[in-house]
Design a protein around this ligand. Structure first.
Ligand SMILES: [Zn+2]
Length: 144
């Protein structure tokens, strides 16, 4: 099943979703006490999909504050990896890579922000890298 953050949101009627202006650099935030997700109103649609997915993962875990900044950074990065994997399936990534390797074009094709593409590409498994290489080699070997 293809991940759709809006559908995931609809499946959780007790979760509140709001869009408002957040401080610079902050794309979204989950407030566990209110079981509420806030996404920055200045984001474009692709940015909102990525921020909402990230915050939905926090909401699924009912994440509260984490006791150290080192753990917070590590955990936030892990949530980013989970979000990127949900938003960019291997098949979609391969399809996009067949016509571009430009990060901005990949982001546009995959309907995500550039950060999410970067995270997805940086954390491909060995099996995913193998699958991508095989498909690209097969496609490019058929070129005249
Ligand atoms: Zn987070």
């Amino acid at each position: 099943m293809i991940w759709d953050p809006k559908k995931a949101l609809l499946l959780q009627p007790d979760l509140t979703y709001m869009r408002t202006e957040l401080p610079p650099g902050e794309k979204g935030r989950y407030f566990p006490a209110f079981h509420t997700i806030v996404v920055d109103s200045g984001l474009n649609q692709a940015g909102r999909r990525c921020a909402l997915t990230h915050e939905l993962i926090h909401a699924e875990a009912r994440d509260d504050c984490i006791p150290s900044s080192w753990l917070t950074d590590k955990y936030e990065h892990d949530v980013d990896k989970q979000a990127a994997t949900r938003l960019i399936t291997l098949e979609a990534l391969i399809s996009a890579l067949l016509w571009t390797h430009n990060p901005d074009e990949l982001a546009e094709e995959l309907h995500v922000d550039a950060d999410t593409v970067h995270v997805r590409l940086a954390h491909l498994s060995r099996a995913e890298r193998g699958a991508i290489a095989a498909r690209l080699n097969e496609a490019f070997s058929r070129l005249p």
